[in-house]
Write a protein that binds this ligand. Sequence first.
Ligand code: XMP
Length: 521
Amino acid sequence: MAELRSPTEFHDTIVILDYGSQTTQLIARRIREVQIYCELFPWDTPAERVMALRPRGFILSGGPASVYEPGAPTLPAYVLESRRPILGICYGMQLLAHALGGRVTPAPQREYGPTRVELSHPTPLLAPLADQPQVWMSHGDRVEVMPPGFAVLACSPNSPIAAMGDPQRLLYGVQFHPEVVHTPAGGEILRRFATEICGCAPTWTPAAFIEETVASIRCRVGDGMILCALSGGVDSVVTAALVHRAVGDRLTCIFVNTGLMRRGEPEQVVRTFRDQLGMPLIAVDATEEFLAALEGVTDPEEKRRIVGEKFIRVFEREAARVGRVDFLAQGTLYPDVIESAAPDRPGARRIKTHHNVGGLPERMQLRLIEPLRYLFKDEVRAVGEALGLPPGVVWRQPFPGPGLAVRVVGAVTWERLERLRAADAILQEELGRAGLLRTTQQAFAVLLPVRSVGVMGDSRSYEEVVALRVVTTEDFMTADWARLDPDLLALLSHRIVNEVAGVNRVVYDITSKPPATIEWE
Ligand code: XMP
């Protein structure tokens, strides 16, 4: 068998067609949260590929275009011909109206942000809006005339047709975005669409996923040998744990300690794998090699390139000692799969070269096993919990492949790495104590190549600056800085300056993404 089996073989499936909205992935996450499987495709994906999933219903996402513009994305004929239920969201609703003979025009006033809707016509799909009428709008066009057979289901001050439906044909449209948190009833509306209108059974659970995936890995691998590059992050750990459950000791994990991890992390990986999970683990300490390669390098992209390349070298060398290997297990997630399927965006600029192990399988001529390729990060965590992995691993915040090399701004030396590790450990400890490690999505310290004057006791000091970065985000594409309590910030600054030698000033990063990125380099 070529690939692991698709979840669509086991679960009722909703297909989301993507028209380019920033929030399309959130639609998929909301549907998955209610234990219904869904997949997302660019709107112009060939019909055979989409229909091969035997979708029970379609959701058409929002998007930036106007339906009446020449060359605007269209509603493919097979979607209507399938006679499955359809829910159009924003542009998706306008498209449905346009395709079925209604009329869409520019709204006299753009509607952006929160508004309230009023139900015009009772319908089970939108009934949750009766108690929670707040919705999130973001549109310049609106449906002016509905297609034949449709009724107005809700209206807002700027959209006389804020929702419409044809209950006979099970076709619905909402002008607002049910997928965002600012539409409190939105999750329930999407659940009702998937279960009550499309008839999907809520079977997409971590336990079902584990059972199906373990069986599928066994079938694919036969008596083959598997290798896994373990970074210590939740994706590679859950991948390894799933594969281990399927094939036991025919899996070998290789963990490369780059010397660029946070305090205590290399030890924790070894403890968790060897001691707690009893899995074969080759741990290589390549600190010296990485530091030598990075010596004198200050350019961020150069650091990223060096760490990525070095990692592949070390990994290949260790893998060669394992003996026969047939497969490489890799923690690719669904957002990566979606992004690689999306049409190239002309003019998109590379901001950072991400370091990951994507190049390994071709170089080593190994076949790939990607058990997480249909999962979002929150689903990976749920699977990790269901597998009984330690909470410290399951809830570990993301950590970039190049590690602290891109958080020690300027030259990377052992002394500066240790300084950063000490400051970062204080941040992690205090955020953990304040219960903020799950409510903020990424928190770390950055060591700046800037020295400033201070006064410690009666003496002058001239030492480095630590910046603290704590952000909240849903998808890491955009992020906001966390509004930490000033008393907590004071405690962090006090502890870092007093406990970390070589640092006499602490600053807090109050820049959102965009315009800043999350990491400093
Ligand atoms: P930026 O800094 O681009 O980061 O806003 C977005 C998210 O990606 C993480 N990041 C990386 N992850 N390899 C990774 O696997 C990398 O090279 C890398 N660089 C940044 C970053 O920590 C944040 O979560």
